[in-house]
Design a protein around this ligand. Structure first.
Ligand code: NAI
Length: 275
């Protein structure tokens, strides 16, 4: 999809990390952006940065776990800009811990934000885009959806749901003029670990360490992501390690299972020491 000039964009979870970086990447293309987050203050800060780059922005507070708020978000985009060319279903939270250790409350919170938030976004915006005869939905999943690493079950399940939803939609939308992509990055530095739900300090430390190792920033991921949307890619897997592991899993499932089991054993050893 070649983005139109001054594309009309909605970004959820735009008050921090990747959401903010997507807004700024799109601001450099003079997009008209609905900057949305459940935290109005951080969304306002992003909007200030967007305007500082000469692009237009309005702020709409929206908790993506509430379908009526997502409906109001779409209506605000219609009222302000006459529709939406690109929806970025980006809002998400991190979560980690072993099955049986993660509380049921944390399972619900994770699936509510990371999966239901994206389902609501697609449910509300896709019919509008179909009616308008065009548009693009970018669903932010994670490499977790492809790799299903141990001790991240709530996050893996939610993100694999986002992947399944996106692949299903791609078929359904054939010939409609509406397209869809799913973004699957590995770790990069944002606030997701700080603000996430982790059942042990070991899991949190592991996430922080993986972030520190990242060669890409949120700005790099946002740039590669928008390039992927413009290329019409269904799967956008910006990091080399993610692409390599996803390929290994498909080419040699047994080798990948061996790696995953070994990682699980090392993590539980380390977690036991840092709990
Ligand atoms: P972040 O924590 O920096 O930003 C997440 C934003 O979502 C925050 O502004 C937060 O206020 C907002 N948010 C949380 N719950 C919300 C709700 N119920 N309604 C509306 N907004 C809500 O995290 P980051 O990393 O920028 O995350 C963005 C997306 O990228 C998420 O979907 C995450 O799963 C995904 N991702 C991040 C990776 C990373 O290593 N940072 C790796 C793979 C995927």
């Amino acid at each position: 999809m070649r983005l139109p000039s001054h594309p009309r964009v909605v970004v959820t979870g735009a008050g921090s990390g990747l959401g903010r970086a997507l807004c700024l990447e799109l601001a450099s293309r003079k997009a008209r952006i609905v900057v949305s987050d459940h935290n109005r203050e951080t969304a306002e800060e992003t909007a200030r940065l967007v305007r500082g780059r000469g692009a237009e922005a309005i702020v709409v507070a929206c908790d993506v776990t509430k379908v009526d708020e997502v409906e109001a978000l779409a209506k605000a985009a219609d009222d302000a800009f006459g529709g939406t060319d690109l929806l970025c279903n980006n809002a998400g939270i991190g979560a980690g811990g072993a099955v049986g250790e993660v509380s049921i409350a944390d399972w619900h919170k994770t699936v509510d934000v990371d999966l239901w938030g994206v389902i609501y976004g697609c449910h509300v915006f896709v019919p509008r885009m179909r009616k308008a005869g065009g548009g693009w939905v970018l669903n932010v999943a994670s490499a977790a959806a492809l790799l299903l690493a141990p001790r991240m079950a709530p996050y893996n399940v939610a993100k694999a749901g986002v992947l399944a939803l996106t692949e299903t939609l791609e078929g359904e939308l054939a010939g409609s003029g509406v397209g869809v992509s799913v973004l699957c990055p590995t770790f990069f530095p944002t606030n997701i670990i700080r603000d996430g739900l982790y059942s042990t300090s070991g899991m949190r430390k592991f996430g922080e360490k993986m972030m520190e190792r990242s060669k890409l920033t949120a700005e790099d991921v946002a740039r590669l992501c928008i390039a992927g949307v413009e290329a019409g890619d269904l799967h956008i897997v910006p990091m080399r390690d993610g692409r390599w592991l996803w390929r290994l899993k498909r080419v040699s499932p047994a080798a990948y299972r061996f790696l995953n089991r070994r990682m699980a054993m090392e993590m539980s050893k380390r977690d036991g020491a840092t709990k």
